[in-house]
Design a protein around this ligand. Structure first.
Ligand code: BTN
Length: 243
């Protein structure tokens, strides 16, 4: 596959037609031979047979239906989870530049028309982070999902990947120089969760309430601070005032 634009946005790029998981591959490579994998190394694939999703779920859409990509962040300047958020924000910026009103479902799902177009998974390894994104190119048999094909955008692998890598690099520069304050307002603006009644499932509880803010640690604030959620799965229930 011709990936010249994506190559220009990475320090090293490896493409597979098929792989188990781009995240696992990169994690394994950096532990075996760290010197071969500089910051902004990228591993991408057209098919994952053993891809990982959040909360130990599987992310393995069929061949050609998805764009899977993992990138390496060496010496992160902030808490690990921020880089996953930055990658999701990069996807939103890229989609908006193509005329699509994309947003984020907390913490880092990319939504279009209330449906999931892409998901992000970050994994930490000593002084490095691997952050991966999976984007639906073609329709997949998962409830409440949507694909680039269904929203009328190009499924060109290099175009979509290079846009996201470029936006990620720029957001990351802002974050590494200016910290959370440099990205928080955009994150709040991108959020499709804020202002909604949500149901949050954490390891030990289910909480329902109004999502009122995202704080400076990236946590979801419920009912003005009654609850503050740092990790969990959420369900969007309804907009304030709707029955
Ligand atoms: C989610 O559950 O929403 C997160 C999905 C993340 C999938 C991506 S695809 C590229 C990278 N490699 C993996 O095995 N997972 C991530």
């Amino acid at each position: 596959m011709d990936l010249k634009f994506s190559t220009a946005h990475s320090s090293k790029l490896v493409y597979f037609e098929q792989i188990g998981s781009t995240n696992h591959y990169l994690m394994e490579k950096i532990s075996q031979n760290p010197a071969d994998w500089p910051d902004m190394s990228v591993v991408c694939a057209s098919e994952q047979t053993n891809g990982s999703g959040r909360h130990s779920r599987v992310w393995s859409p069929p061949s050609g239906a998805s764009l899977s990509c993992s990138l390496l962040v060496r010496n992160p300047k902030g808490a690990a989870h921020w880089y996953g958020i930055l990658l999701a924000m990069a996807a939103v910026i890229s989609l908006r530049s193509q005329g699509v009103e994309a947003g984020l479902k907390w913490p880092n799902d990319v939504l279009v028309e209330g449906k999931k177009l892409a998901g992000v998974l970050g994994q930490a390894s000593s002084d490095s982070l691997v952050v991966g994104i999976g984007i639906n190119l073609q329709p997949i048999q998962i409830d409440n999902s949507v694909s680039l094909a269904e929203i009328g955008l190009t499924q060109d692998f290099d175009f979509q990947l290079s846009n996201i890598l470029g936006e990620f690099s720029s957001l990351r520069r802002d974050f590494d120089l200016g910290g959370v304050a440099a990205v928080l307002e955009r994150l709040r603006e991108f959020s499709h969760t804020l202002g909604l009644e949500v149901r949050v499932t954490t390891d030990d509880r289910v909480i329902e309430g109004l999502a009122t803010d995202i704080d400076n640690q990236g946590r979801l604030v419920i009912n003005g601070g009654e609850e503050i959620i740092s990790a969990g799965d959420i369900l969007h229930l309804r907009r304030l005032g709707e029955v």
